[in-house]
Design a protein around this ligand. Structure first.
Ligand SMILES: *Cc1c(COP(=O)(O)O)cnc(C)c1O
Length: 441
């Protein structure tokens, strides 16, 4: 049976891995080595010329990391992947083959905060421009495209707000404009949504989150569908569609066909930018990937239960979770991620800033920290932490108003998660009531 015909759960465990040819080890070994011995000078030359696949130096490729790359490519229904040291590195490695000074990427303005910073400020140092648009209306992408646009970038499930983007509509816009659509699928994971199946060209991940799943290892990945025709838009994508002088004039999209983008990611992206994933982190991430389906199922069912419970809580003003019938994005969620709305969402606590601070200080099971996608339940009050440099108006515009609390629901017993939030919300409500009373006196 062809591996690519097997089910998602089977591929989560087996894709890319075989018993180790040297030892028979069943679990993928950690090839903790910087470099690999050549058979002879001809072998070395053919590896350096990219005439045969193989391992030279772990900044370019490593056998443990290669298993993770094949596994993720399989789960996303792509044809190749480049693992990177972090999710942010994946974003740079994804755009590097496409961009050059003066060129633009049209970007959804509802993104992970760190991505907005990276794209708004640091991209300028490369001469890259990011044009931000509201992704809720797909036509906003089409209006922002110019002859300098080289890609569209968005998160299909974006927080805060539990926004689900109409992927199929944006993919059509990208296709018409002759630019690839890059989707950050970190929040949904390939278990809930496979953007390449909806017409996206490239997927990026922060594997730091649900993919590794246990909050222990930073990592990222770029996965290619192999479907974008770089040669058709030769003048726009010279890195892929014109001869590369440092590789004796080979043209990546010609020599490697649909794998050209992924080979470039290793042979130029990782080689020159340097953000390779370590074999140890790749191995830890592989342990996580094996249970991705089981964990996501529980993450989603716990999240729906918690969101429904919060919606009825007297101390809660609003809940924004795409999995709730009350969410304006519920319809799109049912189309693009019918198995669940993910595990990260926000709610508003009555009593504003003071109550928000009190809730994060009163939780006992939840961890108060700036991560998501852990087995553990996590909580943060953006206005007093990640977004504290913003003005009150900017806070509201960013969806991080004074009352907003963000949750990443773990896979603990749901009764315990709800119990902890309940006692924290009660404490916060008591505290804010007592305060307003003492003020009244
Ligand atoms: C965390 C995150 C990133 C950045 O990934 P790192 O691994 O922290 O570099 C990018 N996008 C999304 C949606 C994220 O949650």
């Amino acid at each position: 049976m062809a591996e690519n015909k097997m089910g998602f759960e089977t591929r989560s465990i087996h894709a890319g891995a075989a018993p180790d040819p040297a030892t028979g080890a069943r679990s993928t070994p950690i090839y903790q080595t910087t470099s690999f011995v050549f058979d002879d000078a001809d072998h070395a030359a053919s590896l350096f010329n990219l005439q045969r696949p193989g391992f030279i130096y772990s900044r370019l490729a490593n056998p443990t990391v290669a298993v993770l790359e094949e596994r993720l490519a399989s789960l996303e229904n792509g044809i190749g992947a480049t693992a990177t040291s972090s999710g942010h590195a994946a974003q740079i490695v994804a755009l590097f083959p496409l961009m050059s000074p003066g060129m633009e990427v049209v970007v959804a303005n509802k993104l992970y905060g760190g991505s907005i910073n990276q794209m708004r400020h640091s991209y300028k140092k490369f001469g890259w421009n990011a044009n931000f648009v509201d992704p809720v209306k797909p036509e906003n992408f089409s209006k922002a495209i110019t002859d300098k646009t080289r890609a569209i970038f968005l998160e299909n499930l974006a927080n805060p707000g539990g926004i689900v983007v109409d992927l199929e509509a944006v993919a059509k816009i990208a296709k018409r404009a002759g630019v690839p659509l890059i989707v950050d699928n970190t929040m949904a994971t390939p278990y809930l949504c496979r953007p390449l199946d909806w017409g996206a060209d490239i997927v990026v991940h922060s594997t730091t989150k649900f993919i590794s799943g246990n909050g222990s290892s930073i990592g990222g990945a770029v996965i290619d569908s192999g479907k974008f025709d770089w040669l058709k838009y030769k003048s726009k994508y010279p890195s892929l569609a014109s001869p590369a002088p440092e590789y004796h004039g080979l043209t990546f999209a010609e020599t490697f066909g649909p794998l050209g983008y992924t080979v470039y990611g290793h042979a130029v992206g990782l080689r020159d930018l340097g953000p390779c994933q370590s074999p140890m982190n790749a191995w830890i991430t592989l342990q996580g990937v094996e249970t991705l389906a089981l964990r996501m199922e529980r993450h989603c069912s716990n999240s729906l239960r918690v969101a429904q419970w919060l919606e009825k809580h007297p101390a809660v003003a609003w809940v924004s979770y795409a999995g709730l019938a009350s969410s304006p994005f519920n319809k799109l969620m049912k189309k693009y991620m019918p198995k669940g709305g993910g595990a990260v969402f926000t709610f508003g606590v009555k009593g504003g800033y003071a109550a928000g601070v009190k809730v994060v200080e009163a939780v006992e099971l939840f961890s108060h920290l700036a991560n998501i996608g852990d087995t553990r339940s996590l909580i943060i009050h953006p206005a007093s932490t990640t977004h504290r440099q913003l003005t009150p108006e900017q806070l509201v515009a960013a969806g991080a108003g004074p009352d907003v609390i963000r949750l990443s629901i773990g896979i603990e017993s749901v009764e315990d998660i709800i119990g902890d939030l309940d006692q924290a919300l009660r404490k916060a409500a008591g505290a804010t009531k007592a305060k307003s009373k003492s003020k009244a006196k």
